[in-house]
Ligand binder design. Sequence first.
Ligand code: GLA
Length: 386
Amino acid sequence: MTDLRDEAATAFQEIFGRASDGLWSAPGRVNLIGEHTDYNEGFVLPFAIDRRTIAALAVRDDRMLRIASAFTDELVEHDLTQVSPDVLHGWSAYPFGVAWALGEHGADLHAVPGADIYIDSDVPVGAGLSSSAAIECAVAIALDDVWHLGLDRAVLARAGQLAENTAVGAPTGIMDQAASLFGEDGAAVFLDCRSLESRLVDLRLAEAGLAIVVIDTGAAHDLATGGYGERRASCERAAKALGVAALRDVRVDDLDRARGLLDDTTFRRLRHVVTENQRVLDVVRLLATDGPASIGELLDASHRSLRNDFDVSTPQLDLAVETAVGNGAIGARMTGGGFGGAAIALVPEELTSLLRVAIDGAFAEHGLEQPDIFRVAASIGARRDA
Ligand code: GLA
């Protein structure tokens, strides 16, 4: 992290020929539980991880926004007064989309100064760990700061989501940005996606001798195309057929009645969302009463529901989860949108090496590319670093 910050400051100097005014950073996230519930106005329980995106920034005397990054050699620039979703494409749609979205949330893009920005990151891309939200939130807090907007973090989260939905074209919910902005060391963020009220929930992993391990299957997921939008549309159809504002309003007890009103596929989508919301509430309660060792079965149940009812798992994710649970994990599940990406396992600390070997072995046996396996710690959210 220190290295990444130094590298970002040095790269900024090389590219823009002057020192940056400051460094801001925002983390990726792991979702502990509460998958595909955010756009149904339900509950989620993600935490910010110890992998971050850095934005080095210096303001300019004019209205140009110029953005460079470690991802490509390309330096992209737009006049702030001309930035709109239809002129944006590629990786730069994330940071420019945020500048535009801040304009939609009250920043006067005809009055604020331009800026030079350099972005670097150690959040794995395409793993379902919200590398895109990390970019959005790092840029959002940096611009909020130097433009003296004083927007609260829920508004910054909405701006990040608007950028992603409109400039990037991925119809995602609010969870990733909220996790990146509200995270704290050692805690998960319990978020009500309807009211955006959030509360920190202590994970107490070290106390319980447990670790959370990410298994990145290397099969990149893509939320801007296909399946994710389809799932979202079928949830909206279900809500309409049941006469509720969002699936958040359906309870586990209502499922029997709902079955007769929906086709089988739509009913399974509904059942996932409704039971997953309940699992989030149960995990929040259990963490406070019995600690993290007690949530394993709920993680497993979440995975089964995502696999069988929501149909967003993959053979690689299933293999990672099965192998983890068969080799000492207390619970495991895919995390993030699915269709590829990563799984997480809750494991006794002393078994993490064994788990790694077992998963490597299982993937090799199935002729699959070796996954990237690493521990994550719940970490502080977006902030100014220097
Ligand atoms: C992606 C989206 C989130 C959320 C998850 C699924 O990460 O960006 O908004 O919908 O998928 O829980």
